[in-house]
Design a protein around this ligand. Structure first.
Ligand code: NAP
Length: 262
């Protein structure tokens, strides 16, 4: 299927590794020019070279910076001639017990996982509407639908973003102009973040890493973790010309882990 987005420009935030990289790779394969961001320059440059090799016909622009800061966002936006596709992503907040979190901890989580995507949405959606095409995909978490106790910062900040986007996506000045806003809710995907979470669970519980990995894998109905490539492929479809009638949705990609009917 031709996704119809050849030649468009995408800003893919937090994309040197993991799910962001998977989305950037799928878009590049479809002929989309990408600006990719991350804080660490070395991994970012290596990923930019990999993406370029996937499709020499597109432009791949790496921008090093922290997307949760005003300077990081300004640099990313300045590098993108026009943002037709925005993939909002950043590292997730740390786990813990809410009794230990002070106001600064909360502000940091809300800044990174709620206000940063909102600022970027604010910067791009009206120009998208003026051009008659726009796709915003927020990478959130399955925890938005089924909260995970120790991820209270994530549950809270991402739910705030989800509520905000639910309203904005339904503005007819956006929806009637072919601008869609949706969220992808990952369950367990095999990335550095998942692996480091399992490593810390293993060291806390005294179990071997292999035992923790096996237990997590078997706890999922699919008996496996998702891959960044399959996450990216779905994201690219959501950014395609064929997905213009899907907006304001929260789409779980979790191998069937969520136990509810809806
Ligand atoms: P990952 O493999 O650790 O990759 C994170 C990427 O984001 C890296 O490229 C990292 O590069 C970049 N990044 C992190 N913070 C950044 C910042 N402030 N500014 C710019 N770039 C930043 O993580 P992932 O598994 O892909 O997770 C992506 C998001 O999905 C996270 O919010 C995570 O909580 C969420 N999620 C993941 C899973 C899962 O199973 N993987 C499940 C649910 C939710 P630098 O460190 O160099 O900046």
């Amino acid at each position: 299927m031709d996704l119809g987005i050849n030649g468009k420009w995408a800003l893919v935030c937090a994309a040197s590794k993991g799910l962001g990289k998977g989305c950037a790779a799928a878009l590049v394969r479809e002929g989309v020019n990408v600006v990719i961001t991350a804080r660490g320059l070395e991994a970012l440059q290596a990923t930019a070279a990999e993406l370029q090799a996937l499709n020499p016909a597109v432009k791949v622009v790496p921008v090093a910076g922290d997307i949760t800061t005003p300077a990081g966002r300004a640099a990313a936006l300045a590098a993108c001639p026009q943002v037709d596709i925005l993939i909002n992503n950043a590292g997730g907040p740390p786990p813990g017990d809410f009794r230990d979190w002070d106001r600064d901890t909360w502000i940091k989580a809300v800044d990174a996982n709620m206000l940063t995507p909102i600022e970027l949405i604010k910067a791009v959606v009206d120009p998208m509407a003026a051009r008659g095409f726009g796709r915003v995909v927020n990478i959130t978490s399955a925890a938005v639908k089924a909260p995970i106790d120790v991820l209270g910062l994530s549950n809270g900040a991402r739910s705030g973003l989800t509520g905000f986007v639910a309203g904005v996506a339904r503005q007819s000045k956006l929806a009637s102009r072919n601008v869609t806003l949706n969220a992808l809710l990952p369950g367990p995907f095999d990335t550095d973040r998942l692996r480091s979470g399992m490593a810390s669970a293993a060291s806390k519980s005294g179990q071997s890493l292999e035992a923790v990995v096996e237990a997590r894998r078997k706890a999922n109905p699919s008996q496996r973790f998702g891959t960044a490539d399959e996450f990216g492929a779905f994201c690219a479809f959501l950014c395609s010309v064929h997905a213009g009638y899907i907006t304001g949705q929260n789409l779980l990609l979790d191998g069937g882990a969520y136990p509810g009917t809806f």
